[in-house]
Ligand binder design. Structure first.
Ligand code: AMP
Ligand code: GLY
Length: 424
């Protein structure tokens, strides 16, 4: 099978790494990929949001399956585009159509979906531009901290959690006036949930699903969960508070009603669903849906999977997931993200990265923002490289990951030293 992975981050490198282990794989392509993916397949320049460009590559390289890594092309309708084009409509696609991608593309859509299908989530109301007075009045009925969410995609920056009522009103006003552009044309205000967060992932063909390993993400830039939000500075899997009892609730109260809801609403779904959950005194609540895998969660989830990932993908894309074999390792996986100095604000690119080959001897090294130039690997993004360590015990997996981190260097390299520390 010829496979094209859309995207160019650590998630796509990890998906490619696992897909490359499949006996069913013939050729692997990435668009655009990075310096790491070039070692497992062929990089094709271009943007996953340029659908005509994607179509050309599907035809030129006789692609049998497209795996969509990031959310933006899904929300823009890449799956619908492929499925409705006479020349490429038989290509298998991992990633939902535009309608279901709204679960991530619109917070208001996701909240309405959860309400309609009785899926536990924080109480909320949605307001549009011109409804500031009503929104401020609703805010007053809630207890602080106040949670304000831009409705649309805002590159991970659209959620504000504010303690003070006056300050929350000020931000609310700015959001409704377009602080996040179109994304905050509507604002979801919701009740604050006090608990511990975790991420749960399934791969589904719309009726059956496999439950993949759960993970915890470390979102803030600084140790002790301080500082600005990032795309993710590290991840751990498994998460010990996700015990049998809790996971049964997740299946019964969240995963299964979500799949039934998608069917009832006539939104066929092929691909990953990422449930961002809050464990509130042992009960799960949905904070958000994503219609793709997480990054850096993929860098700990996929290395734990024993099954043939491409076989699972084929099962998902042909409605035959129930007949595919799935299992995963009980080992811990820990990933630490190396980022550019200054990230998530302005940062420099183009720094030479050393020690990758050495680290790869004993660790999984996934490239996020890198490129190759004249035989050198250079930084090419805010998040640069994720180093994953695996071991039977959490402490050993943490040490393993940090041993790998110590081998890699570039000017201004920045990382958190406390990934996994809170789970010990
Ligand atoms: P989201 O983009 O919806 O995942 O929100 C970003 C982050 O804000 C989440 O990962 C949580 O840490 C936090 N958050 C979002 N909604 C809530 C909520 N209702 N209660 C507490 N924290 C929340
Ligand atoms: N690491 C969080 C995400 O991928 O959305």
């Amino acid at each position: 099978m010829n496979v094209l992975i859309l995207g160019g981050g650590g998630r796509e490198h990890a998906i490619g790494h696992k897909t490359a282990q499949s006996k069913n794989l013939k050729n692997l392509f990435f668009m655009p990929g990075n310096a790491g993916t070039a070692a497992v397949g062929k990089n094709i320049p271009g943007s996953p949001e340029d659908f005509e460009g994607v179509k050309k590559q599907i035809i030129d390289y006789e692609i049998d399956m497209v795996i969509v890594g990031p959310e933006a092309p899904l929300v823009a309708g890449v799956t619908n585009f492929i499925k409705s084009d006479a020349q490429i409509k038989n290509t298998l696609v991992i990633g939902p159509e535009k309608a279901a991608a709204q679960l991530e593309g619109s917070k208001d859509f996701a909240k309405q979906f959860m309400k309609r299908h009785q899926i536990p989530t924080a109480a909320y109301q949605t307001f549009s531009a011109g409804e500031y007075d009503q929104a401020a009045a609703f805010l007053k009925t809630l207890r602080p901290p106040y949670v304000l969410k831009a409705d649309g995609l805002a590159a991970g920056k659209g959620v504000l959690i504010i303690n003070n009522y006056e300050e929350a009103c000020k931000e609310l006003n700015e959001m409704l006036k377009g602080k996040f552009g179109e994304a905050s044309g509507k604002v979801v205000i919701e009740e604050f949930l006090n608990g511990i967060e975790l991420s749960v992932f399934v791969l589904t063909d719309g009726k059956d699903y496999v439950l993949l390993p759960e993970a915890k993400d470390y979102k803030r830039i600084k140790e002790g969960d301080k500082g600005l939000n990032t795309g993710g500075m590290g991840a751990v899997s498994p998460v010990k508070f996700a015990d049998c009892d809790f996971m049964n609730k997740v299946k019964q109260q969240i995963i299964e009603p979500t799949l039934t809801g998608l069917m009832k609403d006539k939104m066929p779904y092929t691909g990953f669903i990422f449930f961002g959950l809050m464990n509130v005194n042992g009960d799960p609540y949905v904070i958000e849906y994503n219609v793709r895998m997480g990054d850096p969660e993929t860098e700990v989830v996929l290395p734990r999977i024993k099954a043939d990932l491409l076989d699972l993908f084929e099962g998902a894309a042909t409605g035959d997931l129930v007949n595919r074999k799935y299992s995963h390792h009980s080992d811990y996986a820990v990933t630490v993200m190396l980022v550019s100095k200054g990230y998530p604000e302005a940062y420099e690119k183009g720094k030479e990265i050393t020690g990758i080959k050495e680290a790869e001897q004993k660790h999984l090294v996934f490239h996020a923002g890198t490129k190759e130039e004249n035989g050198k690997v250079l930084s090419n993004g805010g998040r640069v490289i994720a180093v994953t360590g695996m071991a039977g015990a959490l402490d050993d997996a943490v040490s393993c990951a940090y041993d790998g981190v110590a081998q890699i260097d570039f000017e201004g390299v920045t990382f958190r030293r406390d990934i996994g520390a809170d789970l010990r």
